[in-house]
Design a protein around this ligand. Structure first.
Ligand SMILES: N[C@@H](CCC(=O)N[C@@H](CS)C(=O)NCC(=O)O)C(=O)O
Length: 182
């Protein structure tokens, strides 16, 4: 998002639960934004803060449009992000789940059902209409994650939507950041 906004930033790749991460976030989770002296955790809190602070890529806080945008963001978090995460935790070695392949299939079916319904909500060209906004960042990120996890790809229109997000110059620049654990 910072890249898309054209704001200066310094990126540091630090693995979850490392000493440095725990210094800023007791849960050990990333990402973390340090803005001047403030430490902000959770990707959605970070993006909301940035969008509100710079009055871009979001409807105005307190508007009806913002309530609709927030509803879609939370739906993506509940129905897409959370399902992917629940399925991925065990494959990432973060949590043991019994009978994983069977459970993974169930998550895939639930993901597909949720995505089928969500696809119909994309106003086009972006989720909320003419302008790129916060829900597009969440959904575009999840779609890449779904691809890696071999989750259902969605319909043709969704494929074109995701491609339009992931071929944006800012996305390409951000994806070249060094994310290796060394
Ligand atoms: N809701 C949080 C989730 C953050 C999260 O789970 N991050 C992963 C890395 S992408 C992590 O740090 N996982 C470590 C763990 O779950 O213990 C957000 O959106 O920032």
């Amino acid at each position: 998002m910072l890249e898309e906004m054209g704001l200066p930033y310094e990126y540091t790749h630090v693995p979850p639960h490392s000493k440095l991460v725990k210094q800023y976030n007791s849960s050990g989770k990333i990402p973390i934004l340090i803005d001047l002296e403030a430490v902000i955790t959770d990707s959605n809190a970070i993006m909301t803060y940035l969008a509100d602070k710079h009055s871009t890529m979001t409807a105005r806080a307190g508007s009806i449009e913002r309530a609709h945008q927030d509803a879609i963001s939370h739906r993506i978090i509940d129905e897409i992000d959370a399902v992917l995460w629940a399925a991925s935790r065990s494959s990432l070695g973060l949590k043991e789940l019994d009978n994983f392949p069977n459970i993974n299939d169930r998550f895939k079916r639930e993901y597909k059902r949720n995505l089928d319904r969500l696809e119909k909500q994309i106003k086009g060209p972006f989720m909320m209409g003419e302008n790129l906004s916060l829900p597009d960042f969440i959904l575009g990120h999840c779609a890449g994650w779904a691809y890696v996890a071999q989750f259902p790809a969605g319909n043709e229109m969704f494929g074109a939507y995701v491609k339009s997000l992931r071929t944006r110059p800012a996305y390409k620049t951000a994806s070249r950041l060094d994310m290796s654990d060394d």
